[in-house]
Design a protein around this ligand. Sequence first.
Ligand SMILES: CCCC/C=C\CC(=O)SCCNC(=O)CCNC(=O)[C@H](O)C(C)(C)COP(=O)(O)OP(=O)(O)OC[C@H]1O[C@@H](n2cnc3c(N)ncnc32)[C@H](O)[C@@H]1OP(=O)(O)O
Length: 299
Amino acid sequence: MAALGALRSCWAPARLLTGSAHHSNRLVLCQQTSIKRHFSNNKILVELDEATGVAVMKMKNPPVNSLSLDFLTEFSITLEKLEMDRGCRGLILTSASPKIFSAGLDIMEMCGKSAEHYGEFWRAVQEMWLKLYGSNMVTIAAINGSSPAGGCLMALCCDYRIMADNPKYAIGLNETQLGIVAPFWFKDTMSNVVGNRVTEQALQLGQMFPAPEALKFGLVDQLVPEEKVQSTAASVMAQWLTVPDHARQITKSMMRKQTTDKLVNNREADIKNFVSFITRDSIQKSLQVYMERLRQRKQ
Ligand SMILES: CCCC/C=C\CC(=O)SCCNC(=O)CCNC(=O)[C@H](O)C(C)(C)COP(=O)(O)OP(=O)(O)OC[C@H]1O[C@@H](n2cnc3c(N)ncnc32)[C@H](O)[C@@H]1OP(=O)(O)O
């Protein structure tokens, strides 16, 4: 699969050089004459620059970009379209509204719903992860705000993370603080970035790290002033895109395949496990208490 992907993208630079206008009709095209293609749905805005082959994908699910079932579905569809688009070699993932990159999984999707709903929701979470972590594109997270739990996972799925240099913004897998447990593939994703020891401690404590702390141990790769997050992401992307696609993609796949295969081979068991965990009365209670704390903090 990786080799096929490599073959696909090998052609991309040549196509760009010849200036071929191979517009995918799978995408909703808004600006046919521009070098930038804009397409969006309710929750995701995408701008694909045909000259550079870079798509900027902005998450727009107010108020906090929580990962609801609808959002995750739109996200995976959009990612799939970009993945299939020969003109797209790189993806910058960011938030349409600064201050919050993503608040993680939508807690309301995990409260008071049916077992069927939880199963469907969890499959969508898996799908998002498989697509983003397994992407053939160069992926850069432009983290322009706080990024707890599922939001941190999204950033960790990317090849490189640039975060706004603001100690008010924090990132981490804080699941234990909610009384829930990050599944093995969340743990593996973090561990592949920062190592086992740091992951173990951070996960047990459910730690959220202010941006400067996150930089110290490599949870993010670079901090820049807030207004430079996007431009820095674009220049880092340009550097990454100087590497031939096929070599980079095969290398990425070599590094990540073992991790993705673990979920691919255990998807149904993982869903079953999530459903039986989340339907426990004690877990439902924990989530309700957490939501109540969030509301009270606001007041
Ligand atoms: C076995 C299970 C494994 C599960 C694996 C992963 C789990 C997750 O991803 S769980 C989600 C964990 N996320 C969090 O803990 C984040 C919680 N939110 C916050 O810390 C703050 O809201 C945040 C820093 C993101 C933003 O702060 P503010 O700008 O001050 O906004 P508010 O706190 O006022 O929030 C506005 C509004 O949004 C609601 N909200 C926030 N986060 C979520 C969420 N994750 N899901 C659903 N809803 C969320 C919050 O309650 C407010 O709602 P209202 O009171 O109705 O306005």
